[in-house]
Design a protein around this ligand. Structure first.
Ligand SMILES: *[C@@H]1O[C@H](CO)[C@@H](O)[C@H](O)[C@H]1NC(C)=O
Ligand SMILES: *[C@@H]1O[C@H](CO)[C@@H](O)[C@H](O)[C@H]1NC(C)=O
Length: 448
């Protein structure tokens, strides 16, 4: 009888509140497995900031928030806009008239990404959907007059990619937020009346599988009610079984609490971390949002994106690569070319990336720069740097009687011999020798 009651209690507990609103409980939630398998995502920073398209998506803050203001932003406004022009007046020029979500989704699919994360709301507070809590400061009431979040989501999901949404907790200039801030975050008017109702609506409407939280750092997680929100997300929301979140849930949370860890923007650990993580980075090294004056020399080229992606995955991370669309709703051709380049590489080498796990050795410098990944009983050695010799030495793999080495994208096995003092030496085909422009992968079977 006691056992029945106990199991009933456990059953009820599991059904109703598996996670309690505290970090010990929330941090114990296993990450839904789709996320680690996906490895590659596309990040999109798009909003009213894409209209001035000057400096970065932080334009409003640099112009009118920080003290003293950024003089470059001040003179940009003086030279191009009438006196007294205010930031919200940019919104009507966020037309998105050429926005074709099917084209975007085709591009993301061609990039090899398995998930897409769009800024539903950045620090400026403008929502890319018709939020009832963001009156007149959203993409349906003004600008595109369109549900950008919904339209992109449908196109992305039609291609079986996962869809995630970026949401900034704070809003630079929201009056309720500024009031709470003035009260030392002892009041929660912004959180209770704006942030949380809006965030719940967003999740109920669009069912995002990633909540990419940001803008948390000015206040503690208790101000944001983060643990209460996450307990609802994990226990009751319609995405409770599939959603993943990051670690930006209040000052001090990054790299410590939440789902996977972003730590800092563009964070790269030196060695294999214990916890699942994601590197977010941007093709435009100077901005996440579109900049009208970007220069080719300021962009990552395809080989450096691929090397960054490979080293991230070898160290157990996911790679979230950002592009900034224009206010017209187009993705600059140079970004398209980068994404398609990454996709072409993944088409040949994806076996070493998707659903892979870190190997016992992640990285070595031998006669080339080598990053290892593993899947089932297969080890992959991705050579990202230039090989300095036609005989490529791999130090870590221990060969056996069944050892076989092949090059991904080519059917023929390669010759190899045991090398001294350890590992193997692989004889590369001529074209993979010195000067090969892009990373290539050796598939190692029958190794330890
Ligand atoms: C805030 O969090 C608490 C639990 O920590 C929860 O009971 C409450 O419902 C949350 N409030 C909102 C508006 O989400
Ligand atoms: C490989 O070489 C690079 C550049 O010289 C260095 O930063 C890195 O620490 C080396 N890694 C290993 C595992 O030796």
């Amino acid at each position: 009888m006691l056992a029945v009651v106990l199991s009933l209690l456990v059953f009820v507990g599991v059904t109703w509140a598996q996670y309690s609103p505290d970090w010990t409980s929330l941090d114990s939630r296993p990450l839904p497995s789709w996320y680690d398998d996906a490895k590659v995502g596309i990040f999109i920073h798009w909003g009213v900031f894409s209209v001035p398209a000057f400096g970065s998506e932080w334009f409003w803050w640099h112009w009118q928030g920080q003290k003293p203001p950024d003089q470059k932003c001040v003179s940009f406004m003086k030279q191009n806009y009438p006196p007294g022009f205010s930031y919200p007046e940019f919104a009507p020029d966020f037309h998105a008239q050429s926005f074709d979500p099917e084209k975007w989704a085709d591009l993301f699919q061609a990039s090899g990404a398995k998930y897409v994360v769009l800024t539903a709301k950045h620090h400026e507070g403008f929502t890319n959907w018709g939020s009832a809590h963001s009156w007149n400061w959203n993409s349906v009431d003004t600008g595109p007059h369109r549900d950008l979040v919904g339209d992109l989501g449908e196109a992305v999901r039609r291609r079986s990619l996962h869809y995630g949404l970026y949401n900034s907790l704070y809003e630079w200039f929201h009056p309720l937020y500024l009031k709470d801030k003035q009260n030392g975050f002892k009041t929660q008017e912004f959180v209770m009346n704006k942030l949380l109702p809006e965030l719940r609506d967003m999740i109920l409407r669009y069912r995002p599988e990633v909540i990419w939280s940001d803008g948390d750092w000015e206040a503690p997680d208790t101000y944001w009610n983060s643990t209460g929100f996450l307990a609802w997300l994990y226990n009751e929301s319609p995405v409770k079984d599939t959603v993943v979140t990051n670690d930006r849930w209040g000052a001090g949370c990054a790299c410590k609490h939440g789902g996977y860890y972003n730590c800092r923007d563009k964070y790269t650990p030196g060695q294999l971390p214990k916890h699942k993580w994601e590197k977010c980075t941007s093709v435009d090294t100077l901005s996440w949002g579109y900049r009208r004056n970007m220069e080719i020399s300021e962009l990552m080229d395809a080989p450096s994106i691929i090397e960054d992606l490979v080293s991230t995955v070898a160290l157990g991370g996911n790679y979230l690569l950002n592009v900034g669309p224009t206010p017209y709703g187009t993705i600059p051709a140079v970004f398209q070319e980068r994404l398609r380049g990454v996709g072409a590489w993944l088409k040949v080498n994806g076996e070493a990336i998707y659903a892979s796990k870190p190997w016992r050795v992640q990285h070595e410098n031998s006669t080339a720069t080598v990053w290892y990944t593993a899947k089932d009983n297969v080890v992959f050695a991705v050579i990202t740097g230039k090989s300095v010799s036609i005989d490529l030495q791999l130090l870590a793999p221990r060969p056996s009687a069944t050892t076989k080495v092949t090059l991904l994208g080519s059917p023929l096995p390669l010759n190899w011999f045991p090398s001294d003092p350890s590992g193997i030496t692989v004889v590369l085909p001529k074209q993979y020798f010195i000067g090969h422009p892009q990373a290539f992968t050796l598939k190692l079977e029958g190794f330890q």
